[in-house]
Design a protein around this ligand. Sequence first.
Ligand code: DAT
Ligand code: MG
Length: 138
Amino acid sequence: MSNRTFTMIKPDATGKGYTGAILDQIINAGFAIKAMKWIKLSAEQAGKFYEIHKERPFYGELVEFMSSGPIVAAILEKENAVADFRTLIGATNPANAAEGTIRKKYAASVGENAVHGSDSDENAVIEGNFFFSGLERF
Ligand code: DAT
Ligand code: MG
């Protein structure tokens, strides 16, 4: 089991000024930041990141949203990182997310849901490599 995951704080959350509070909650939950950057994706870059969803009906909306403002991308380390981070962020739809989770507290809708978390060890590596070179992490 890998001890790393990949996250993004999405444009809804950065735009509402939740970045600091979300990073606080992530760090307080025991995740160490191994790489981090504040960037704005182009529609082309967002489309490539979410290519796995390109047949889903919400793909266009997702790409437009993810390129609408700045994001924070980060690689996180903790024992059981992928599963524990998914627990910390809560269900995709904030209406179904558990009390106290990041999405419950900060997300407005299923489409604009504040944070991303990798869904497997394999995707955590792929997604981390999408954003960070070897020089940018440790
Ligand atoms: P998750 O981000 O919880 O892994 P996912 O991989 O199924 O969820 O979907 C990726 C993102 O796509 C999700 O964070 C928000 C968006 N999305 C998912 N389902 C959606 C829906 N029914 N309507 C609009 N956007 C949706
Ligand atoms: Mg997913």
